[in-house]
Design a protein around this ligand. Structure first.
Ligand code: TEU
Length: 528
């Protein structure tokens, strides 16, 4: 076997612009130990699926040592793998095996807060004069009233917890077990930089940075103007940009072009774009404003335009996300049909920007139904989208047991990798075909993008790079819609061998999505 190059399908740099990044929630991916929880060995076992599918990188949700109050988003040691998932040797093997297949590895790095079990916090809370007292945000005062009106984004109560040992409040924007670090302290910044170097030295290709916009807090921690209902996760302070430039310098020390993608949870794309700095802060940032909307052509046209207005003038490279471990899976949010799941695949993989694909999207999964007594999420609402991935049609769906940490999604008997791979017209083959087209097309990966006037039921656009022009049209309704592609790409002919459709068309007709190139047209059928 020839060793694939780590080039994301392109000889050029900036691999993260060309790449499709696949998010793995390790607890739910694949279990090799039989404890009902996925692990790193399981990720290694499934790398062949990812290579077959054609993704360029994997992002692993947190794997560091953690008491798992928030499933790894509460880190007790940034420089080790939690024993639930494996150990550093397994991790090194994972990186080597992924790289051997041309797949890069991105880790989830949680800079805003640690676990309350992290030795830094254990020390910090031990006394008012502890060496690391000032690594966290402490306030003394009356135990009757928290220092301000901030509410925790996860547990709902105050963002402050009173600590008896030193009679003081500590800040936690998430659960009380996730105390916020004080990034205005240079020792904190240096210690956190070292945690990046630890993994970069082991060859990782980048980091997804959890709520990274929150690491700078407003001076004096004033009340939020909107009262306790105001959303604390929309904090956006100028100091954050200096912290990000310093983080970028650490990444730039390394030859593998490490990439940073920030979970910047601001819903105004113009503010999100500022987190790219002058190409000296984040490489990429999520733009969740598009995700929070209906499956509706008007919404998507507006979301695309607002991303273009915010990102293009400052040359900030966009990203697109439809699903992740915090949101109801998009097929379900958009009404549940196969047709929508297929059209959404075309949307995600043909827009201008780096697509993030959440494990199980390629199977068209919806959320598991999780009875209240089986829920684990401290927010109480995110278990369904974190269900185990069904790999085969057996009763345990490729897992060692049937009673895993969460139940399988409802249609696992049909929507599992084995069953879908055996059907060349299934959604997993559609994803694979789209990823292949994307790899082959410079226009789709990095070309410019312009919306095309079309029927109000449609979102249509053209991607261009040099002489290569690609037209994409997506029908966001379930009725047939006329669409005449621009002259240079007609007549439309079916080119996607796995689509099951043949013949010539000059209209989108009953199809939910289509991609037209000079070489032909991919019409995506609504169902198998
Ligand atoms: O999410 C941040 C965040 O804003 C979410 O809590 C969001 O408000 C909610 O999920 C929307 O439904 C990140 C991680 O993605 C999440 O899993 C963690 O719980 C959180 O940070 C704390 O680290």
């Amino acid at each position: 076997m020839t060793t694939p190059t780590l080039d994301g399908g392109s000889a050029a740099g900036d691999w993260w612009k060309h790449a499709t990044i696949y998010q793995i929630y390790p607890r739910s991916f694949c279990d090799t130990t039989g404890n009902g929880v996925g692990d790193l060995g399981g990720v290694i076992d499934r790398l062949d699926h990812l290579a077959w599918l054609g993704v360029d990188a994997i992002w692993l949700s947190p794997i560091f040592t953690s008491p798992m109050v928030d499933h790894g988003y509460d880190v007790a040691d940034y420089c080790d793998v939690d024993p639930l998932f494996g150990d550093l040797d397994t991790f090194d093997r994972l990186v080597a095996e992924a790289h051997r297949r041309g797949i890069r590895v991105v880790l989830d790095w949680v800079p805003n807060h640690t676990s309350d079990r992290h030795p830094w916090f254990v020390d910090s809370r031990s006394s008012r004069t502890a060496a690391r007292r000032a690594w966290y945000v402490w306030r003394e005062g009356s135990r009757e009233r928290p220092p301000n009106n901030w509410m925790s984004a996860l547990s709902g109560g105050s963002a402050w917890t009173w600590d008896e040992t030193t009679s003081a409040w500590y800040l936690h924007l998430f659960t009380p077990e996730q105390p916020d670090l004080d990034w205005s302290n240079s020792e904190v910044r240096e210690a956190m930089h070292e945690t990046l170097r630890f993994w970069l030295d082991r060859g990782v290709d980048g980091f997804r940075m959890d709520v990274v916009h929150l690491i700078a807090k407003p001076d004096g921690l004033p009340d939020l103007p909107g009262g306790p209902g105001d959303v604390v996760i929309h904090i956006d302070e100028p100091e954050v940009h200096g912290y990000l430039r310093a983080i970028r310098s650490v990444l730039d020390e390394y030859p593998q072009q490490p990439m940073s993608v920030g979970e910047v949870y601001l819903l105004d794309p113009t503010r999100v774009a500022e987190y790219y700095g002058d190409h000296d802060e984040l490489h990429l940032s999520f733009n969740f404003s598009a995700l929070h909307g209906r499956w509706d052509a008007g919404h998507w046209r507006a979301a695309i335009r607002s991303a273009q207005r915010a990102f293009d003038p400052v040359e900030a490279w966009p990203t697109w996300v439809l699903s992740n471990h915090d949101q109801t899976r998009h097929r379900q949010r958009y009404g549940g049909s196969e047709r929508v799941a297929r059209a959404a695949a075309v949307l995600l993989l043909t827009l201008r920007g780096t697509p993030f694909l959440y494990a199980g999207e390629e199977l068209g999964l919806v959320d598991a139904e999780v009875p209240p007594e089986q829920r684990h999420d401290p927010a109480g609402r995110r278990d369904g989208c974190r269900a185990p991935i069904p790999w085969d049609a057996s009763s345990t769906h490729g897992w060692r047991r049937s009673d895993n940490w969460l139940p399988f999604p409802p249609e696992a008997g049909d929507r599992n990798l084995e069953t879908l791979r055996n059907d060349p017209a299934s959604i997993v083959h559609l994803y694979r075909a789209l990823l292949r087209i994307r790899r082959q097309s410079t226009a789709l990966r990095v070309g410019s993008m312009e919306l095309i006037d079309a029927d109000p039921a449609l979102v249509a656009w053209e991607r261009t790079a040099g002489d290569e022009r690609v037209v994409v049209a997506i029908n966001m309704t379930d009725r047939p819609v006329p669409f005449e592609p621009p002259d240079h790409s007609s007549p439309w002919t079916v080119a996607l061998e796995s689509s099951g459709a043949v013949g010539e068309r000059s209209s989108l007709g009953e199809y939910p999505g289509a991609i037209a190139e000079q070489s032909g047209v991919v019409l995506v059928p609504a169902a198998t």
